[in-house]
Write a protein that binds this ligand. Structure first.
Ligand code: SAH
Length: 257
């Protein structure tokens, strides 16, 4: 596996941007100020480190989650035109009417997943993500779970995620094109299931495919239609549900398009 730079890492973004430097004459006139770094292009690690500080200030305490958020280059998962917003705490369009969740929500859901009973001893084992989208959440999970199965129903996004993830060479991420409403039996049982799309009820397959001691984190519409973050723990006594804060996720839909 390719070694990724640690956190906080300083990456030499100038390599591609200024190849002409080595061709420049030896005596360079120095009056002109150096070009001002624009957006995140020149030092994304610093911008990401600030994002991580904000996540910690907002209550994310799990160090592995903060490290993973600091490691994954979110700007690589959004369109070029949105790169400057990549480290703001905002959801962004990824095409086909879908969105990449805002960093605070990704961190929050990931931290909740790590709280699964069966993750406490030896870390997260196999995880299923419903709604691959651009692949960002899967890349974060890949740093925390042994295996990540991520399923997407829109072929174009499934392909886009594959492209986005390719350079990261994450051997433990399995991209599946399919209807996540049925879960994905191929990787079950899961220590954690996380959904990036919200429905009105819990598909029974999700709970069936959860390991004992496993945890499901998903947005779910309540009776008043308001979407809330739901945590379901599979215990020997049965399923234990906890309803948390209000959230805004794209709808869970059936079928593969
Ligand atoms: N985790 C993603 C967020 C993507 S938005 C990211 O980091 O970018 C949610 C995604 O869920 C959308 O791409 C949508 O197409 C997908 N989705 C909705 N219903 C689904 C289903 N039944 N099965 C699989 N994916 C689904």
């Amino acid at each position: 596996m390719q070694r990724r730079p640690g956190f906080p890492a300083r990456i030499d973004w100038t390599k591609d941007a200024a190849p002409a430097a080595s061709l420049a004459p030896a005596r360079v006139r120095r009056e002109a100020p150096p070009p001002t770094p624009q957006g995140v292009g020149l030092d994304s690690a610093a911008v990401r480190a600030r994002m991580v500080q904000r996540l910690a200030a907002a209550g994310i305490t799990a160090v592995p989650v903060l490290q993973a958020m600091g490691n994954v280059e979110r700007h690589r998962f959004v369109d070029t035109a949105l790169v400057n917003q990549a480290y703001e705490d905002t959801s962004l369009p990824i095409g086909l009417g879908q969105t990449i969740s805002k960093p605070s929500v990704v961190a929050r859901m990931t931290e909740l997943l790590l709280g699964a009973q069966c993750a406490r001893a030896g870390g997260l084992g196999r995880v299923l993500e419903i709604g691959t989208g651009c692949g960002y959440q899967a890349a974060v999970l890949a740093r925390l779970a042994r295996e990540v199965y991520t399923i997407e129903r829109l072929r174009a996004l499934h392909e886009k995620a594959r492209e986005n993830l390719r350079p990261l060479r994450l051997a433990n991420v399995h991209l599946i094109l399919g209807d996540g409403m049925l879960g994905y039996a191929g990787g079950a049982p899961y220590a954690g299931i996380i959904s990036a799309a919200g429905g009105g009820s819990l598909p029974p397959q999700w709970c069936e495919q959860l390991a004992m001691g496993g945890r499901l984190v998903a947005p779910m519409a309540g009776v008043d239609g308001r979407q809330m973050l739901l945590v379901v723990d599979k215990t020997p006594k049965g399923l234990e549900q906890t309803v948390l804060e209000a959230v805004h996720f794209v709808p869970l839909k059936s079928g593969v398009v």
